[in-house]
Design a protein around this ligand. Structure first.
Ligand code: ARG
Length: 460
């Protein structure tokens, strides 16, 4: 067994095969190649600027790195597990391309600060692309909400019909959640956007680095103040995962609703063929697989958060190899939420609403009972508690008669409360009920249209 060509100087023997297998991260950290190369170029330029390496070597390094970037882009690069990770794979290839000058690139740097830098850059890029997907998702929701600002549906509590609402209002609730998801990612981005480069292994370095220049060159806000923190902080990744997990949780709630709404028991919506699947045995089936998978992805993303929290718990400063386990968790979560968002955007855009079914269920379960109680408070000036009690008796009467609240005659209503007059019948319809909920944030179609306009403006 030959010793490792990058760090094998003090070793007489190479690693056991199983050591190589457990140690190598190249199978997943190759995804950091663009960030790794960008950071190396900035580092080399700074070293030359500071006279730590020659301009000629820096130029050779930069040219070689460009070649490597192109090779990887085009799938022509051969990754080697023997070289452990992306950092050493790139450096070894650089040596093949430019010779000994390649050995100067790692001056005043360690894989610890190199990796921390690459990973922050990657998370930053992931946040930017997720934000674009979140905007697309919001736009799809707002467009549907605009079409259905006055479409009546049952609003549920405990999944029991509670009060009629509008479908547009329901969709806009998810737009709000997505807006907070975006804010969480923005705040994670700010915490991610400091540069660990120059922390070296853990203690900093004796070379006269210009850490401000490398930070600036990579678009970071500033160099991190403490080199130990620079190499060992992973709270940016934890924040990212937690923002992903919260967002995935939001998506899972909508996914679950789509599964329910599209079931024959509800028939509220029909998913497009493009987002449905058939059954291999039951020809009639039309399954909401995409929504079910979004629902399940949430577990996986939450799992990634828990994984990294577990890895980081009680880990002494500074770097420990445990932290190599940070990447798969983050990559998998980022991939999962990106896919989930795209699938949800597609499903929302395509789905067809069955207004008749929604309206039918909205009228079940005496859903306008609160409107009666409110009317009694408003017109008869009764305390709400008493109005609630009177309404309860009215509901019991409708139940006994097997009819809806709007089907009760004035006489019947008056047998419960003699003060009731015909005007009460104006609040018993579903449309009157939703139209009356004009409080800020309420479900009235006019309010929903206002909110739609607000979001259209925000998402321009
Ligand atoms: N592949 C390593 C990781 O992902 C890079 C850092 C290695 N550093 C070290 N001291 N062995 O964590």
């Amino acid at each position: 067994m030959t010793t490792n060509e990058m760090w094998g100087g003090r070793f007489a023997q190479g690693p056991a095969a199983i050591m190589e297998e457990i140690n190598a991260s190249i199978d997943f950290d190759r995804r950091l190649y663009a960030q790794d190369i960008a950071a190396s170029k900035v580092h080399a330029a700074m070293l030359a600027e500071r006279g730590i390496i020659s301009q000629a070597d820096a130029a050779a390094i930069s040219g070689g790195l460009d070649t490597i970037k192109a090779e990887i882009d085009q799938g022509k690069f051969t990754f080697s597990r023997k070289l452990e990770d992306i950092h050493m794979n790139v450096e070894a290839r650089l040596k093949e391309l430019i010779g000994d000058a390649a050995g100067r690139l790692h001056t005043a740097r360690s894989r610890n600060d190199q990796l921390a830098t690459d990973f922050r850059l990657w998370v930053r890029d992931a946040i930017d692309s997720l934000d674009a997907r979140l905007v697309a998702f919001q736009r799809a929701l707002v467009a549907k909400a605009a079409t259905h600002a006055a479409t009546v549906m049952p609003g549920f509590t405990h999944l029991q019909t509670a009060q009629p609402i509008t479908f547009g209002h329901h969709l806009l609730a998810y737009v709000e959640m997505a807006a907070r998801d975006r804010a969480r990612f923005a705040s994670t981005r700010a915490c991610t956007n400091d540069s660990p480069l120059g922390s070296a292994a853990l203690a900093g370095t004796s070379f006269p680095l210009d850490r401000d220049a490398t930070a600036r060159g990579l678009g970071f806000m500033r160099p991190m103040r403490n080199s130990l923190d620079g190499v060992s902080a992973r709270d940016f990744a934890l924040e990212f995962l937690s923002a992903c997990a919260i967002m995935a949780t939001h998506l899972s709630r909508l996914a679950e609703e789509i599964v329910l709404w599209s079931s024959p028991a509800f028939k509220f919506i029909t998913l497009s063929d493009a987002f449905s699947t058939g059954s291999s045995i039951m020809p009639q089936k039309r399954n909401p697989d995409a929504a079910e998978l979004v629902r399940a992805k949430c577990a996986r993303v939450t799992g990634s958060l828990v994984t990294l929290l577990g890895v980081m718990k009680a880990l002494p400063l500074a770097y420990a190899k445990d932290m190599q386990e940070d990447k798969e968790a983050v990559f998998d979560a980022a991939d999962s939420v990106a896919l989930a968002l795209a699938a949800m955007t597609g499903m929302i855009g395509d789905l067809k609403v069955n207004e008749i079914a929604m309206r039918r269920v909205a009228g079940e379960g005496y859903s306008t009972a609160t409107d009666i109680a409110d009317w009694i408070v408003r017109v008869l000036k009764k305390p709400f508690r008493e109005a609630h009690h009177i309404t309860g008796r009215i509901v019991a009467m409708a139940e006994a008669r097997g009819c809806g609240l709007a089907d009760l005659t004035l006489k019947e209503l008056q047998s419960v409360e003699p003060g009731i007059i015909a005007d009460i019948q104006s609040v018993l319809s579903l449309d009157a009920s939703v139209a009356s909920r004009t409080s800020f944030g309420g479900t009235a179609p006019d309010r929903v249209r206002e909110q739609v306009r607000y979001w259209q403006e925000q998402l321009k």
